[in-house]
Write a protein that binds this ligand. Sequence first.
Ligand code: IMP
Length: 198
Amino acid sequence: MNILLATSNPHKLEEVQAILGSRGICVVGLTETERLLDEPVEDADSFSGNAKLKAVGYAEATGKRCMADDSGLVVDALGGAPGVYSARYAGVGDTREERDAANNKLLLESLAKTDTQESTARFVCSLCIADPDGTVVAESEGTFEGVITTTPRGVNGFGYDPLLFLPDVGMTSAELSTEDKNARSHRSVALRNILKQL
Ligand code: IMP
């Protein structure tokens, strides 16, 4: 089975390819031409709403069955922020790395103002698969629980990985190997759930 993953985030594509590749499913990224298509505006107020509008938008535009992911970090002490605004939380930075660094800095500053030492938090991933006629074929969600550490650690992964501390292994998500992150991440839980529906 071939699935087009509608994302411009190379880290997400690598993670999904690693998880589904081991199950014999070929996941391809957007072609150069497809990358030039206007990205659907992610203006839904939920991860599932954004995943759906991306999957349907890209399926209609490319004429291919598409899977889209919307994901982010939900921090309890911040009332669920940054949530659906995770990618653009600080709103600055030209490169993905610059945006990630600015987002992480703002998150720690916001948390410091709440006087919380360690807040429970989770990554959430919503997935949606849609056909070119706009039909939603399958939807799923996965979470990855931890606490926010005030001392970022680790260089693996991307985004907020250095901030999500996993008490059971004494490491942040950015200190996990690719295999260990893929075995338990929000994305892998959501992928396993959506595969059952196909
Ligand atoms: P999206 O591309 O709109 O889904 O934005 C997802 C954002 O959530 C990313 O830019 C990251 O900041 C954050 N995020 C999602 N998944 C992960 C993850 O696995 N690790 C770290 N950050 C993540």
